[in-house]
Design a protein around this ligand. Sequence first.
Ligand code: NAG
Ligand code: NAG
Length: 196
Amino acid sequence: MAPSLRCHPTTMAAACFLLLTLLLAPAPADAARALTPRGAGAGAATKAAQQGGNATATAADAYLAPHNQARAAVGVPPLSWSGDLATAAGKIVAQQQRQGGCAFADMGASQYGANQGWASYRASPGEVVASWVAQGRYYAHANNTCAAGRQCGTYTQVVWRRTAEVGCAQATCATGATLTICLYNPHGNVQGQSPY
Ligand SMILES: *[C@@H]1O[C@H](CO)[C@@H](O)[C@H](O)[C@H]1NC(C)=O
Ligand SMILES: *[C@@H]1O[C@H](CO)[C@@H](O)[C@H](O)[C@H]1NC(C)=O
């Protein structure tokens, strides 16, 4: 499955207001291996963590609350916040920021699930997560399928029952565009499995 890059930040058209993608779901064989959080190194503060006050807790809740609202809606236990995953996400968005344009990161080799959101403006965490959750309208749980021509993968990662923790970060580029990434452990979207 190719990433759902309906349009790319570097070829931004008027219609490309908010772009979302789900990067490649790991192969089923990968999914069987034990997943443990990588010990993320210190230092890569996220933008959100730099905003003053108790920004870490505030930013965490801004991402976490809409995730857990969507999970509760389908009877799935809440995620907890992982500082290590947030640090890892912060490093990725910082690198994408340095490379210019805050383009999507290639997360194909990551052991974690990864939802990404690109916006041409400073999108709030809640807005980005809401856009992932909004894919749920195309998802049919009864037969675990997504409506033809639609993407449901960012939604199914949000509500994936086995996923226990999430950490997110956002970078803002000189253009004002933002790249937001959430990492999920254990990852969801295992082929052939229903999220819940
Ligand atoms: C910030 O919030 C976190 C989580 O609620 C808490 O553990 C921490 O003590 C708070 N830090 C400050 C400086 O208030
Ligand atoms: C799955 O279920 C939905 C909702 O009932 C239906 O619209 C869709 O056609 C079904 N898809 C498949 C592949 O059976």
